[in-house]
Design a protein around this ligand. Structure first.
Ligand code: PBG
Ligand code: ZN
Length: 326
């Protein structure tokens, strides 16, 4: 055989296999998405997301304490209000007594070393379930949407969050949030992680169940990106980097590895995050339960594919497992 045919000599040992990896998975690469509800004592399993629960603020110490002990370094919070009055502008999003603001304060007090991010969106808090404010005809009204989303982000910053992560996909919101943070004195204190290339995916179903954020009518296709739109995704990544995003995110992850790779090329001087979303997590669990593969092996294979594509940060419901496995 020709010399140039032989590759296997380079990866015949576990250690030499590990040297074939340019970047390896570490605990600090994982950010754990958690759902906070407004019953302070809640600990309610989410049927479509194996092992995940809706938590009340009074349960956060017993829930996260052991994970922080195992090396958990960051979380991202999603609010799931049940007892509030939702309206057209998503007023409960930054209610000072609402679950997200209470959880930010609680986590900062409980775990000084934990990096606390908050998703910023209106869909959990609007009566229509869309991510922005609407015109009378049901289309997005961009300018007031962006203004309201920036206001919510600044109020999370005032509560002490380390990072705000807008997932709404309104045009111009990154610039408005960055401006708002700077003007309120948080320019050098709060990270802006933009869901930049967020696609209109069928993989958000379990999340919408968990968060009660399905739209009351229509869909999100006029603001989330069409799944086949590589060019739009590349433009959104470059726009958000230019508007002041500190971290660029791609979402979902597994069907969009090429976009993660594009982000790493286009915004190579930024950290690149990807979100292994609820449907990806449920899919991996379902496949394992059906005997298609071993759960842990597949969890590693998917997370490693994201790092290989260029991700430096992975938002994943597998975070507690990876803290055990790594
Ligand atoms: C809300 C939001 C969604 C997710 C994160 N923020 C759902 C959506 O856009 O419909 C999805 C997360 C997941 O599926 O795990 N804007
Ligand atoms: Zn939303």
């Amino acid at each position: 055989m020709d010399i140039s045919s032989i590759l296997q000599g380079g990866y015949q040992h576990p250690l030499s296999r590990s040297w074939q990896t340019r970047r390896t998975l570490t605990k600090s690469m994982f950010m754990y998405p958690i759902f906070i509800t407004d019953d302070p004592e809640a600990s309610v399993p989410i049927a479509t997301l194996p092992g995940q629960r809706r938590w009340g603020v009074n349960k956060l110490e017993e829930f996260l304490g052991p994970l922080v002990q195992k090396g958990l370094q960051s979380v991202i919070l999603f609010g799931v209000p049940f007892s509030c009055v939702k309206d057209m502008r998503g007023s409960p999003a930054d209610d000072p007594h609402g679950p997200v603001i209470l959880a930010i304060r609680k986590l900062r007090a409980l775990f000084p070393s934990l990096f606390v991010a908050a998703d910023v969106c209106l869909c959990e808090y609007t009566d229509h379930g869309h991510c922005g404010l609407l015109n009378l005809d049901g289309t997005i009204n961009t300018a007031p949407s962006v203004e309201r989303i920036a206001e919510v982000a600044v109020n999370y910053a005032k509560a002490g969050v380390h990072c705000v992560a807008p997932s709404d996909m309104m045009d111009g919101r990154v610039k408005a949030i960055k401006r708002g943070l700077i003007d309120a004195g948080f320019g050098n204190k709060v990270t802006l992680m933009s869901y930049s290339a967020k696609f209109a995916s069928s993989l958000y179903g379990p999340f919408r169940d968990a968060a009660g954020s399905a739209p009351a009518f229509g869909d999100r296709k006029c603001y989330q990106l069409p799944p086949a739109a590589k060019g739009l995704a590349r433009r959104a990544i470059q726009r958000d980097a230019a508007e002041g995003a500190d971290i660029i995110m791609v979402k979902p992850s597994l069907p969009y590895l090429d976009i993660i790779s594009d982000a790493a090329e286009l915004a190579g001087d930024h950290p690149i995050a990807c979100y292994q979303v609820s449907g990806e997590f449920a899919m991996i669990h379902a496949g394992a339960a059906a005997g298609v593969y071993d759960l842990r092996t597949m969890a590693f294979e998917t997370a490693e594919s994201m790092v290989r594509a260029g991700a430096t940060l992975i938002l994943s419901y597998f975070t507690p497992e990876f803290l055990e496995w790594l």
